[in-house]
Design a protein around this ligand. Structure first.
Ligand SMILES: [Zn+2]
Length: 351
């Protein structure tokens, strides 16, 4: 994209000011659209999600909008930064846990009602857990508005406006699935923006993503944990995410605090605790890969919460400083953002 700038030129023995086109500087904005961890609700926090906007100075870095996960209330958070469902170019899912998906129907119903175009939905192909449960992003998307078809809502709206797409929101989806592997693979790209994915451990089919643009790069770890599901292990973080994050500018990652650990007496299930990454280990990983910014999201427990889901937080609610201390203990001395809804980071920083 071009913008105009003024240059001084010598013409016919006279100095003239002339207007010449110049490249507008590319930029990237990463916004946490929700920071709640797990099925519970607390203090109005939206469910997990991250919006990545990319563009240049002429369009406020927002020519392209990529949404990663869409937990409860995502649409509400997007509305606070003037992003409508119609404007989204693509939605990626890290996994099918409800706290990462509950807001998707809301987004798609409004996109349908607003007569938006088709949208790419990118996620892993069906994956079956060791307990025999199959997580299916494709089926989730294919049935996203079944309740509204069954209730008559879609037919009702169409009876008032027959230009609305007949099948409802599902007709606006273009599902792109991939098999997450131990090496990064490109799963989506558009113009200058390239998105890669890697397999990571949390639930069957969990994937982590990396966005590369001329303005910078960001890794969305999701709820990734280590392949070794409990100690002893070198780290609670994912080796694959670390591979994906080599040299990245920003890491956005779910983070747990050791206060919910099995030895602290909260009663929080060890399985759920161990399949997440600890803030301290994320700090160490961010340091190893040379990241400049670490954005903690999906905090377990939430800032200020006396109860995490249904378990009491030992020692009382945590503060931002409690998480910051953990990350610093991991050795990271870059920029730390302890995530709250709508926390944002721009690359390059605005002068
Ligand atoms: Zn989660």
């Amino acid at each position: 994209m071009k913008r105009l700038s003024i240059a001084i030129a010598l013409f016919g023995g006279m100095w003239l000011a002339v207007i010449v086109p110049a490249e507008a500087a590319p930029c990237l904005i990463v916004t946490l659209t929700g920071t709640q961890s797990g099925p519970s609700v607390f203090n109005g926090l939206a469910g997990a999600g991250t919006l990545v906007r990319y563009g240049d100075d002429s369009n406020d870095c927002a020519a392209m909008k990529l949404q990663f996960d869409a937990g409860r209330g995502t649409n509400m958070r997007l509305s606070q930064i003037n992003v409508t469902p119609v404007q989204l170019n693509v939605v990626f899912f890290t996994h099918m846990h409800g706290d990462h998906t509950e807001g998707f129907a809301d987004i798609m119903m409004l996109r349908w009602y607003s007569k938006g175009p088709k949208i790419d939905i990118v996620c892993s192909s069906d994956a079956t857990s060791v307990l025999g449960v199959t997580n299916s992003c494709r089926k989730f998307v294919m049935h996203i508005a079944d309740a509204f078809l069954q209730s008559g809502e879609i037919a009702q709206r169409r009876s008032e406006d027959n230009t609305l797409v007949a099948g409802g929101p599902v007709d606006l989806t273009n599902v792109i699935t991939f098999d997450p592997k131990a090496e990064p693979e490109v799963v989506w790209s558009s113009g200058d923006v390239k998105v890669s994915a890697i397999r990571s451990t949390h639930t069957a089919g969990h994937a982590s993503y990396r966005v590369d643009t001329p303005a910078g790069s960001v890794v969305i770890g999701g709820d990734a944990g280590n392949d070794v599901l409990k100690p002893p292990r070198a780290s609670s973080t994912s080796d694959q995410v670390e591979k994906l994050a080599k040299g990245v500018d920003i890491i956005v990652h779910s983070a747990f605090h050791p206060v919910l650990g099995p030895d602290m007496g909260s009663g929080f299930p060890p399985l759920a605790y161990y399949r997440q990454s600890l803030a301290s280990d994320l700090g160490a990983m961010a340091k190893r890969v040379g990241a400049k910014h670490l954005m903690l999201t999906h905090l377990g427990p939430s800032l200020g919460a006396a109860i995490h889901n249904r378990w009491k937080v030992p020692g009382g609610p945590l503060t931002e400083a409690d998480y910051r201390k953990e990350v610093e203990a991991g050795g990271f001395n870059g920029n730390i953002i302890v995530g709250t809804d709508l926390a944002s980071l721009r690359l390059p920083a605005k002068k």
